[in-house]
Design a protein around this ligand. Structure first.
Ligand code: NAP
Length: 490
């Protein structure tokens, strides 16, 4: 395990124009280790002046720098080098991300760091395939389209998967020839700053990636409103997403919105229960439930309801919870005290609503960290707020259903529509129900199967636009039509 000194956690600065710099106000913010409550380091509490400097640097890099004019093959080579450096420096990144977010090191290595590397590789490959088309028209002309970068992208990300979510945006934006000003979440900003330097080492020119830390209300809002920003790529809660989309609307800026979720997980009576239970547990405990695509609403065929509750009561408390630096740990602490308190409030509310706590339902006192035991709750009324709202913690509610129509109706009875899943051995039912579930992605007989090639994003209050897949790159380009007159000779 790396100590803070080995991790090199001196106070961090802003990364602007390819160099580290202090913020204009001199104010700083503590970054806390959620496994102990200890202060890890401090970052700059930037303000609108710093945002302006970062956007101006990005603008200059876009308008006059080499990045957008560079052959796509050369951009791809740099992004490939970034992927290689991520793997070479995986030990440092795992230690940093785990310490900052409370993620178990084994999952952090296998999921967060590896996914980030894969995103750069995938986007590097796509960079070389950004094509236009020729169009046949009755006009005597040659008509064709080209795809050009959007320009300066503001990338705003939440606290729960800092490395993956910033890499998702930065890799796609850069592959398409854009430049980025990135604001990570104020609770978990460290991997974004690490990546800024790593990308510079990989060959990304100065000014192409800028990272500004600070509060959403000041730095995030200033980015949304800055006239030098051409596109907003936002991931976060539906409430802040609504605000960001309305500001973007005022300023007529294109946006992609990756917002909250509250996915249903349907277990039909023909499911393979071993497979189903494994997926159900993974879907609500992974990342301590701080997981936009978590499956916190379990819907079980009535015939299996009590059996499933009995299995969960036995199995869930055996999932290893504790120090994220222990390679055996599966559930670490919540990322911060705010998140822990929110989960406590929701479980209290569940008790008041008449819910039966099958297991968990309390904090785990360990090393002063923000731990909450994985919690299963049955017998809540169908209009329970704990079922309806995004708890964003290791909490699973369980409801029975009588038939497929009721299962689908319950699953879709939420404003969210990010993910959904079902467990069945009936192939016909799998496709039929998948088609009826109102969600951006549906998993069958597993949970959270993702790959940079699979488009990801929501419907309804979970947002719009897609990340991952070729669709992600398209969102970072504009189509330009060129029509060349070819008159017939007179
Ligand atoms: P959040 O509170 O909405 O924050 C997201 C980002 O927006 C943070 O960087 C935040 O900065 C910033 N922000 C806050 N107020 C702002 C403002 N007025 N203007 C501009 N930016 C502002 O979300 P969170 O609590 O960090 O993350 C959890 C949420 O993200 C959940 O709802 C989860 O479902 C969602 N999420 C969605 C996806 C997806 O792909 N759909 C993925 C992961 C998470 P501060 O940190 O400084 O407040």
């Amino acid at each position: 395990m790396m100590s803070n000194e080995e991790l090199q956690l001196p106070p961090r600065q802003l990364f602007v124009g390819g160099a580290w710099r202090d913020g204009s106000t001199g104010m700083r913010r503590d970054v806390v280790d959620p496994a102990t409550g200890a202060i890890l380091t401090t970052v700059v509490e930037a303000d609108a002046t710093d945002v302006d400097v970062a956007v101006r640097n990005a603008r200059e890099a876009f308008d006059h720098g080499p990045w957008q004019r560079m052959p796509a093959r050369d951009r791809a080579r740099i992004l490939h080098r970034a992927a290689d450096l991520i793997r070479e420096r995986a030990d440092e990144l795992v230690a940093l991300e785990s310490r900052d977010v409370g993620k178990p090191v084994s999952l952090c290595r296998a999921v967060d760091v590896e996914t980030a590397a894969q995103q750069y590789e995938y986007c590097a490959a796509l960079a070389q395939g950004i094509d236009g088309a020729t169009r046949s028209t009755p006009i005597p002309s040659l008509a064709y389209t080209t795809r050009v970068p959007v320009g300066v992208v503001a990338a705003i990300t939440p606290f729960n998967f800092p490395l993956i979510l910033s890499s998702t945006k930065i890799a796609a934006a850069l592959a398409a020839g854009n430049v980025v000003v990135h604001k990570p979440a104020d609770d978990t900003p460290l991997s974004a700053l690490f990546m800024a330097e790593l990308l510079k080492d990989a060959g990304v020119p100065d000014g192409v990636l800028n990272v500004v830390t600070g509060s959403g209300q000041i730095v995030g809002d200033a980015l949304l409103r800055h006239s030098g920003v051409d596109k907003i790529a936002f991931t976060g809660s539906t409430a802040i997403g609504r605000h960001a989309a309305s500001v973007a609307g005022e300023h007529l800026k294109p946006v992609t919105m990756e917002l909250g979720g509250n996915a249903a997980h349907l277990v039909f009576d023909d499911a393979d229960l071993d497979v189903a239970i494994g997926a159900v547990i993974k879907a609500f405990v992974f990342n301590s439930g701080q997981f936009c695509m978590a499956g916190p609403r379990l819907l079980v065929a009535r015939a299996l309801h009590d059996t499933v509750l009995g299995i969960l009561e036995q199995a869930v408390p055996t999932v290893p919870i504790g120090d994220p630096r222990d390679p055996a740990t599966v559930i670490g602490p919540m990322a911060g005290e705010r998140q822990l308190k929110k989960v406590e409030e929701y479980v209290e509310l569940a008790r008041k609503e008449g819910g039966r706590i099958i297991c968990g339902g309390e904090r785990l006192d360990l090393d002063g960290g923000y731990y909450y035991r994985p919690t299963v709750i049955a017998d809540l009324p169908t209009d329970s707020r704990v079922i309806a709202e995004e708890v964003f913690g290791p909490v699973l509610t369980v409801q029975p259903f009588d038939d497929e129509d009721e299962a689908v109706a319950l699953a879709n009875s939420t404003p969210y529509g990010l993910a959904a899943g079902l467990q069945t051995r009936d192939v016909t039912r799998a496709h039929r129900v998948a088609a009826r579930l109102d969600a951006g992605i549906v998993w069958v007989n597993d949970w959270a199967m993702l790959d940079p090639a699979i488009p990801f994003g929501g419907v309804k209050d979970s947002g719009f636009g897609r990340e991952y897949g070729p669709e992600a790159l398209e969102a970072y380009t504009k189509i330009k039509s060129v029509v060349v007159s070819l008159p017939e000779p007179q």
